[in-house]
Write a protein that binds this ligand. Structure first.
Ligand SMILES: C[S@@+](CC[C@H](N)C(=O)[O-])C[C@H]1O[C@@H](n2cnc3c(N)ncnc32)[C@H](O)[C@@H]1O
Length: 229
């Protein structure tokens, strides 16, 4: 892979001044966006796949891209059911070798998929957000997961949540949002992958010489975090 990735450029000097207000809002007002039919169908297929593996603890790989991390997690956690979700058909269909039996790739919008998963009582033991789109312009805070109205749903699913990014501020903002919403302190620190890359973006950023950042927090399953319509 070429060392060609540029570092994040942002007009934000520190955590976004509107973050706390957006988290408060997300905790107070229900997300009214209707669930798209294609994600409902994709969720049903995932539900059926999972029903055959209910004895296996669940791992979610949210925004899995081409699914390399989903495959690697399935190999690493061979007795877990690993579901990778991404909205990009073109990424999901790229050839990266056969899927292990305990892995599934789903094309869906996470904003809907997460809500359906929570409503169906899913309790992932591990939940990965690996290199989410950074949206580094201050005006795009609401598109980062920590500024998005779906944040309470992500947190309510519970389990060991791990976020990785090449943008330190993204991880720091997410930690602030976790603390505000749940009272839990997330561990934030550098992530040094060595040669063991979990995802193509991780590899691309690392090979380009960019530092990587990680957040880990253990969360209870807490549907009460999500405001009711
Ligand atoms: C920067 S890429 C990282 C992909 C992969 N995790 C990696 O590290 O190689 C971010 C991914 O998130 C996906 N994504 C962003 N928003 C999404 C959404 N609302 N629903 C599903 N996937 C989404 C994009 O399609 C993209 O594949």
């Amino acid at each position: 892979m070429q060392a060609s990735s540029r570092s994040i450029v942002t007009n934000q000097p520190g955590p976004h001044e509107d973050l706390s207000r957006r988290v408060t809002r997300a905790l107070a007002y229900p997300l009214r966006k209707p669930v798209a039919e294609h994600t409902r169908q994709a969720f049903e297929a995932a539900r059926t796949w999972r029903a055959a593996r209910l004895d296996m603890p669940l791992i979610l790989d949210a925004g899995c891209g081409v699914g390399v991390s989903t495959r690697r997690l399935a190999e690493r956690f061979a007795n877990h059911a690993v579901i990778g979700v991404d909205r990009s058909e073109s990424r999901l269909t790229r050839e990266h070798g056969p899927l292990p039996d305990n892995a599934l790739l789903v094309r869906a919008d996470l904003v809907d998929f997460w809500r359906l998963a929570l409503a169906d009582g899913w309790r992932p033991v591990r939940h990965y957000l690996l290199y989410p789109n950074p949206y580094p312009k201050a005006a795009h805070l609401k598109m980062r997961w920590q500024g998005h109205p779906v944040l309470p749903v992500i947190l309510a699913l519970g389990g060991r949540l791990e976020l990785r990014s090449n943008w330190r501020l993204y991880v720091e903002e997410f930690a602030l949002a976790v603390a505000q919403a749940t009272g839990r302190k997330a561990e934030v620190g550098p992530h040094v992958p060595g040669n063991d890359f979990l995802t193509p973006f991780e590899q691309k950023y690392h090979v380009s010489g960019q530092p990587l950042w990680k957040l880990v927090v253990e969360l209870p399953h807490d549907p009460g975090l999500v405001p009711i319509s």
